[in-house]
Design a protein around this ligand. Structure first.
Ligand code: 1VU
Ligand code: MG
Length: 350
């Protein structure tokens, strides 16, 4: 049984801000992970903010158990010491899982100390809509208690088999939902996939051509382990007006494979990916920023059909209403990039 539509947009606690009806229109090509207990990396936030769209204070996996309190305090310090909103950069935090001993302190401290600075809480290991309902209610109570003016959004990580099975219900669970990203490492473990890689392909996952009559070597090609999950996640997100994203790529030395994984995500409809190391920032920027020739072609397509209806030919290829909409996706993204990066505005001619 779903909530009645009006109730969906009512605050869940007296004094909590009204739920958002639309997501803010922002560029989120890379979510840059900062281990929040690491003072050296925290001190680099002002410099990093010049290079990325979003900075995330990580409190969950990769933070040792004995540094969880320091990471939480570090996330608060980051939110208080740097003005992310004025810099035009998003500020997110990834909290510990709902069943962990650190979860409640993470949420209560973040909302109490920096509730008005935090744009999004990333929630790991989301299994079903019940996890989002719980977060929704808890955040509303804390927002009301601390006088937070604008609802903190939720971004779920899709990283368990149960989460994948329930992804549509997760996406539609609350107006707080910002998006969902694919977490390939935990998902591989949850599914009992036989890989220790963090994202990307696997040389053993391939399709073999039929046997040759002469017994010669058979052609084979590596396949994409993540295609099914991506497609399911993208459809669930788009159906509910959320942003799909790719998560971590663990082999920092294999920049080509990282770029290919990001590009597959971009082409499938994702808006961004996590960056775990400075070397991945340029890759994410290159992939999730539409190429100049692609944008110029899309602009010519839109000009060829000014009201978006009918049929036209551009460079010998047929366009109709559907192609016009495809072109608009690219031009809309280019406008967002142009608003943030004057050199790209000039390159696109926008
Ligand atoms: O040369 P310097 O010492 O001045 O700087 C190093 C290093 O400090 C810096 N750096 C970073 N700066 C900003 N943000 C980062 N995330 C970051 N990572 C490193 O870059 C310079 C070169 O670094 P390096 O190649 O010598 O690498 P390190 O050994 O210093 O660091 C590697 C790790 C993996 C420890 C570091 O990159 C890191 O902690 N990254 C984030 C990891 C993370 O958040 N993992 C959780 C998400 S993934 C998941 O949940 C599922 C798998
Ligand atoms: Mg994980």
């Amino acid at each position: 049984m779903n909530k009645p539509p009006r109730a969906f947009f009512s605050p869940l606690a007296s004094g909590a801000p009204a739920p958002m009806r639309e997501l803010p229109v922002t560029l989120e090509r890379m979510i840059h992970f900062v281990p929040a207990h690491n003072a050296k990396l925290r001190s680099r936030v002002p410099d990093m903010a010049k290079q990325v769209d979003v900075i995330l204070a990580n409190l969950e996996d990769a933070i040792p158990a004995d540094a969880k309190d320091a990471a939480r305090a570090g996330a608060v310090e980051m939110g208080k010491s740097f003005d992310f909103a004025s810099a035009g950069v998003g500020y997110w935090s990834r909290i510990n899982a709902l069943n962990s001993p650190w979860h409640l302190d993470d949420v209560t401290t973040l909302v109490g100390e920096i509730g008005d600075k935090l744009d999004v809480i990333m929630v790991p290991k989301v299994e079903g809509p019940w996890d989002i309902h719980y977060m929704d209610q808890l955040l509303a109570l804390l927002e009301a208690k601390h006088g937070v003016k604008r609802p903190i959004m939720l971004h779920a990580i899709l990283e368990t088999a149960q989460g994948v099975a329930n992804v549509e219900a997760i996406a539609g669970a609350s107006p707080r939902m910002h998006g969902i990203c694919l977490g390939p490492a935990d998902l591989a473990a949850s599914r009992k996939m036989k890989t220790t890689r963090v994202g990307g392909g696997h040389p053993g996952y391939r399709v073999l051509s039929d046997a040759n009559a002469d017994g010669g070597e058979r052609a084979s090609a590596q396949q994409d382990l993540w295609h099914y999950t991506f497609a399911k996640m993208v459809d669930a997100c788009v159906m509910h007006g959320l942003k799909p994203m790719y998560g971590p790529f663990g082999d920092f030395d294999d920049e080509a494979a990282c770029e290919q994984q990001f590009r597959n995500a971009y082409l499938m409809g994702c808006v961004g990916a996590w960056t775990l190391h400075p070397s991945q920032i340029a890759i994410a920027k290159r992939v999730f920023t539409p190429a100049v020739d692609e944008v110029k072609l899309a602009m010519r397509m839109i000009e060829a059909m000014p009201d978006g209806t009918g049929v036209a030919l551009v460079d010998g290829k047929m366009l109709d209403d559907a192609t016009w909409k495809q072109a608009k996706v690219i031009v809309d993204l280019a406008r967002l990039v142009a608003a943030r990066e004057p050199e790209m505005a000039r390159a696109y001619g926008l």
